[in-house]
Design a binder for this molecule. Structure first.
Ligand code: 3PG
Length: 409
């Protein structure tokens, strides 16, 4: 059960509703064009559409990139895409809380939508703070009196204690939007009493996150198995005592991942049966693929995938699973010779009758490329927020909604 309020608990017709969404999208560094509209579409087709249909006056707050980085752009094209998604004209203003915005908000009619400027143009936005501290900022002081309700739909940014995520919850009635609700419900399905056996597949490059997630899900009896691949799999192999060979060890050292080996060893001692590392790997030799058993290590070639024996071993475990979480590809799936492990393992997840949840930029991109995403029970829109949730951390954005719900009930 969610301890927060949702759109089912409030009447919105004729109300001015401030909605925080996560429109942050991949941007082409040269043209500055949005490369993937998924997040805009997801919020647009659910929460925003519902508010429009119910006759609310909708004010959208969102961010794109981080100041100083190449993907830090205005939200003008996001508003154009949202117009397309909703099939109606969406207003846009290049201001967050100045006089122009204040006037535009006051003039909004029922079912109209306005997108405000990238909220990270407000210098204090990314300061960490409590809802009460952030409620004193100029942005909250200026916008809150003009609005009746705050809807946080941005699960994917809920791990940030930023002004636009928590500040309004201290002063406005606050509820979760449909995407926030859907993300939390799906995550709770795999983290709170998941149907067993429950399998976590942890790949990708962020091996330190994989260790933290493994610890949490094993120590709390959530996962029955953790299957490792990608760079995470390499570090778990090192922890098991394998010498991966110079190019691979150098890579782990450059990424400062050798420092987590003792932590993995300690976890492996406690969960020798539950944690699985690759049985074989694929290396790149003269531009081609060659598979090696882990007993044949070390190698002078870069390891770019798991091998066929690993796939067979993991497939049996996935085949029996009732709950599956996938975070990170098994190898460098972008290269055609090394897509094998990711294709086969993700294919097993897609064919599973159990509940499957996948998230993170690379995982979602790989599933889309392999045309498997429509066979996954739930595709999360989140990256960092999902990782922190899977580590058992409380997300400030969610805690703030819970506090607001307790205050209003
Ligand atoms: C994301 O894409 O993970 C979210 O939008 C958060 O972005 P941030 O890491 O820049 O806060």
């Amino acid at each position: 059960m969610l301890k927060l309020l949702t759109l089912d608990d409030v009447a919105v017709e004729g109300k001015t509703v401030l909605v925080r969404v996560d429109f942050n999208s991949p941007i082409d560094m040269e043209t500055k064009k949005i490369l993937d509209e998924t997040r805009i579409r997801t919020h647009g087709e659910a929460t925003i559409k519902e508010l429009v249909q119910k006759g609310a006056k909708v004010v959208i707050l969102a961010h794109q990139g981080r100041p100083g980085e190449p993907d830090f752009t205005s939200l003008e094209q996001h508003a154009v895409i949202l117009s397309k998604v909703l099939g109606k004209r969406i207003k846009y203003t290049n201001d967050i809380f100045g006089e122009k915005v204040q006037k535009a908000i006051k003039e909004l009619q029922n079912s109209e939508v306005i997108v405000l400027e990238n909220v990270r143009n407000f210098a204090d936005e990314r300061n960490k703070g409590t809802p009460e501290e952030h409620a004193k900022t100029e942005m909250v002081q200026k916008l809150a009196p003009l609005t009746d309700l705050f809807v946080n739909d941005a699960f994917a940014v809920a791990h940030r204690a930023h002004v636009s995520i928590v500040g309004f919850t201290a002063v406005l009635p606050s509820v979760a939007g449909r995407i926030m609700e859907r993300e939390l419900e799906s995550l709770r399905k795999v983290l709170e009493n998941p149907e067993k056996p429950c399998v976590f597949i942890l790949g990708g490059a962020k091996a330190d996150d994989s260790l933290e997630i493994s610890k949490y899900v094993l120590d709390n009896g959530v996962a029955d198995y953790v299957l490792t691949g990608g760079v995470a799999g390499h570090v778990f192999l090192v922890a098991r005592g394998f010498d991966l060979g110079k190019p691979n060890v150098d890579f782990l050292q450059r990424k400062e991942l050798m420092r987590i080996v003792p932590g993995i060893q300690e976890l492996m001692q406690r969960y020798p049966e539950e944690i699985k590392a690759p049985l074989d790997i694929a290396v790149e030799v003269d531009g081609g693929r060659k598979e090696l058993s882990v007993d044949e290590l070390p190698t002078n070639y870069p390891i770019l995938d798991v091998g066929a024996k690993t796939v067979e071993n993991y497939a049996k475990i996935i085949g029996n699973a009732k709950s599956i979480v996938v975070s990170g590809p098994m190898g460098v799936y972008e290269k055609s010779d090394f897509v094998f492990g990711t294709k086969r393992i993700f294919g097993e997840v897609a064919n599973s009758q159990g509940f499957s949840l996948a998230g993170g930029g690379h995982t979602v991109a790989a599933l889309q490329k392999l045309e498997l995403s429509n066979k996954i029970s739930y595709m999360s829109t989140a990256g960092g927020a999902l990782t922190e949730f899977l580590m058992g951390k409380k997300l400030p954005g969610v805690t703030a909604l819970e506090k607001a719900a307790a205050r209003n009930s």
